[in-house]
Ligand binder design. Structure first.
Ligand code: SAH
Ligand code: SF4
Length: 388
């Protein structure tokens, strides 16, 4: 029989680490010391943690492990964005993307290998689902970017100021691990990111949004993508289970629980001929009257397994203007990292699909099989030929 896995110190929140150390008869302040070694200095060799007694170090090596996912590939975009591919315990490969901008660095993190929710416009969804990432595999993405970009050096500014859980997977379907990782991101003895700069993006897992306030005060983005249930259910199957009215109720509840004034970001991917009509924009202004929010329009990023198209710039502007004229704050996300297959919705990694969805898609359209393979991270540079 295989030995049970040891608990991984890298993925423990402060609270969990304190409880773990208490079981070993240690004082709570040891937890802060350990977190500083791992998440502020980037040290993962327990022997090197010199202000921790030798006896505790020996004990920790015996009862726990300190393990992070392995980086297997790194790809840089022409626009300065960088993508790293990580191998996780399940054997799948997942992706994270770092997007540098003036005055900030945003890291887009994955929470699952694949996704079970199958939104019609999303490349990750087309891969099917393999596994949840552990808390260490999620926080390990932030750890590695700091390691790669010099963020653990003393007195240097950390390269990552913002984290968005907008990589592969639905964060709220991997609730416990995502919460632990998000809390480590915001912990001052770890990465110390502001709660306004750590954003959980969800397609609308209503029961999880309902319980979120008891676990975190991170910011929230909602992938809405349609102004009514009919259309939303067509492009996002989760809407059949949790319709828009319930979603809005849950989001309002979470926002009301936060002590500071913050609003959610409503994500709306614009797909030509599907949800980008002027009437959709007008309906959206009516729908969102009940929910103070900011709106982020994401022009659809094409990928090989989808027939959807990106709307013209004129139609994106028209849509934006209708929302702005109604008084909403609207941003249009500029497409970044498209050349390395790392723009929104393009992240696919290499996922051993357990839902068999990817097989069904390929069987239905064998002609796209070759193209689909190009999405594989190892061949992602081939997409350069495919640029818009
Ligand atoms: N599962 C979560 C987070 C990952 S998806 C969610 O759905 O919110 C991150 C964002 O990218 C979401 O807003 C998603 O709707 C959007 N997205 C997915 N596929 C896209 C595509 N092909 N083009 C543009 N945006 C896309
Ligand atoms: Fe999953 Fe989000 Fe993609 Fe939908 S958009 S399939 S929820 S990752």
């Amino acid at each position: 029989m295989a030995a049970a896995a040891k608990p991984n110190l890298a993925g423990m929140s402060l609270q969990k680490l304190e409880a773990f150390l208490a079981e070993l008869g240690e004082k709570p302040f040891r937890a802060r010391q350990l977190m500083k070694w791992i998440h502020q200095r980037g040290v993962i060799d327990i022997n090197a943690m010199t202000d921790i007694s030798k006896s505790l170090r020996e004990k920790l090596k015996l009862v726990a492990e300190l393990k992070l996912p392995t980086i297997v590939e790194e790809i840089s975009s022409e626009d300065g964005s960088r993508k790293w591919i990580l191998e996780v315990a399940s054997g799948s490969r997942v992706e994270m993307v770092f997007i540098p901008e003036a005055g900030r660095g945003t890291l887009c993190i994955s929470s699952q290998a694949g996704c079970s929710l199958d939104c019609s416009f999303c490349a990750t969804g087309k891969q099917g689902f393999n596994s949840n990432l552990s808390a260490a595999e999620i926080i390990g993405q932030l750890y590695w970017v700091n390691q790669k970009l010099g963020g653990f050096k003393e007195k240097t500014e950390r390269p990552v100021s913002n984290v968005v859980m907008m990589g592969m997977g639905e964060p709220l379907l991997n609730f416990d691990n995502v919460i632990d990782a998000v809390n480590i991101m915001m912990e001052d003895c770890a990465y110390g990111l502001s709660k306004r700069k750590v954003t959980i993006s969800t397609s609308g897992v209503v029961p999880a949004i309902d319980k979120l306030k008891d676990y975190t005060d991170a910011s929230l983005a909602i992938s809405l993508h349609a102004p009514n249930d009919d259309l939303r259910s067509k492009i996002m199957p989760i809407n059949k289970k949790y319709p828009i009215s319930e979603l809005i109720r849950a989001v309002k509840g979470y926002m009301a629980s936060l002590p500071d004034k913050r609003v959610p970001v409503i994500e709306y991917t614009l797909i030509a001929g599907i949800n980008d009509h002027r009437q959709h924009a007008r309906d959206l202004t009516d729908l969102l009257v009940q929910l103070p929010c900011k709106i982020n329009l994401i022009p659809f990023n094409p990928f090989s397994l989808s027939d959807y198209r990106r709307p013209s710039n004129a139609s994106i502007s028209n849509f934006r203007k209708i929302l702005q004229d109604a008084g909403y704050t609207v941003t249009v996300r500029t497409t970044r990292a498209y050349d390395i297959g790392a723009a929104c919705g393009q992240l696919t990694g290499t996922v051993q699909d357990r839902t068999r969805r990817s097989d069904r898609i390929r069987l239905k359209s064998p002609a796209v099989d070759k193209k689909a393979k190009m999405q594989d991270s190892t061949a992602i540079l081939a997409q350069l030929a495919d640029r818009i």
